[in-house]
Design a binder for this molecule. Structure first.
Ligand code: URA
Length: 321
């Protein structure tokens, strides 16, 4: 095996992300053949050198595992929980490799979760610079109107920071609740719940239905399967892309630039960019949005192309449609 940077070896071994591995080095916790290595450019050969973290030997996994789990609510997304709640690891009994969850789903959130021992891919999938699309179906209380949807899509101020533009479709609407499909490209804590809360339509249940190009509507709740080679390849391709060279600035300026790049009368109410990492079906520009559930049976839908995304709905104050 050839020489690689130590932080890369540690992340490939699933010890920590590259950045966290650098910190391990700076903290003097990494040794190569008995010598502490603090210098970040240091290289080693994982096949020949004795690499250790806190005295424990680091081994690269013999093979990478990529597990797709359909997480039910009521499980914590971690390897072990100090409060002894059930974890996603309990659901993958039979997987003996040291895999760990890529990103997080809340305790109450259901849906697709990838677990892997491929530290490099895990780091790319979670880093916002790669903008991997995650698609959620959120059942919300009440029926958001077009103005609410446009706010969600454009970005919402949460804890002083605006969310990146999202794609939002109303899949169903009834008299007292609605099912939204929300595509986000960042993974802030309880982001979708906070976003919906901010428009006054709290989430009653939440499910993730896609991670980049990966979907599996047939995978039963609580079950897992191995990703196929082609799926892993598609994930690698999606994770190799960078959404914006400025992303690391994480600035509101960038958010504004993205929002400004949106044509006002095309696409979704989001008017936002279409996710590129999604299956083609997802990218159809002709999706319709339901702004309000059927009043007397017939579904009330409108082509978003006809909606002025940021216009306030004058009817909203008097009555919701
Ligand atoms: N957004 C949330 O609010 N919760 C999740 O689990 C994932 C995204």
């Amino acid at each position: 095996m050839s020489q690689e940077r130590l932080q890369k070896i540690l992340s490939q071994a699933g010890i920590a992300s590259r950045r966290a591995s650098e910190q391990l080095m700076l903290d003097g916790r990494v040794t190569v053949n008995g010598t502490t290595m603090r210098e970040l450019g240091t290289k080693a050969d994982p096949g020949r050198d004795d690499i250790r973290v806190d005295g424990r030997r680091v081994k690269l996994p013999e093979r990478h595992r990529y597990i797709l789990l359909n997480k039910p609510p009521g499980y914590v997304t971690t390897r072990s929980d100090p409060h002894k709640r059930p974890t996603v690891i309990d659901l993958i009994a039979g997987v003996h490799d040291y895999v760990y969850p890529v990103g997080r789903l809340d305790f109450d959130t259901a849906g697709l979760l990838i677990l892997t021992n491929d530290g490099e891919l895990a780091a790319r999938l979670t880093h916002p610079r790669h903008g991997i699309a995650r698609v959620y179906e959120a059942r919300v209380l009440g029926v958001p109107d077009t103005h609410d949807i446009a706010r969600l899509a454009k970005g919402i101020l949460i804890e002083g920071r605006r969310t990146q533009p999202a794609n939002v479709n109303v899949l169903h609407a009834r008299s007292d609740d609605a099912l939204l499909e929300i595509t986000v490209r960042e993974g802030r804590n309880r982001q979708v719940r906070h976003m919906c809360e901010a428009i006054g339509h709290p989430v009653s249940s939440l499910r993730r239905v896609a991670i980049g190009p990966i979907r599996d509507p047939k995978l039963p709740l609580g079950r897992w399967r191995e990703l196929g080679d082609a799926e892993v390849a598609r994930l690698q391709t999606a994770a190799a892309k960078t959404t914006s060279p400025n992303f690391e600035l994480g600035t509101q300026k960038e958010t504004r630039q993205r929002a400004a790049a949106v044509p006002a009368t095309t696409g979704t109410a989001a008017g936002s960019h279409q996710p590129t990492g999604l299956p083609k079906k997802q990218r159809s520009p002709s999706r319709t949005q339901t702004s309000r559930g059927p009043r007397s049976g017939a579904s009330r839908t409108m082509k978003l192309a006809a909606v002025e995304p940021h216009a306030r709905d004058p009817r909203k104050k008097k009555r919701k449609f």
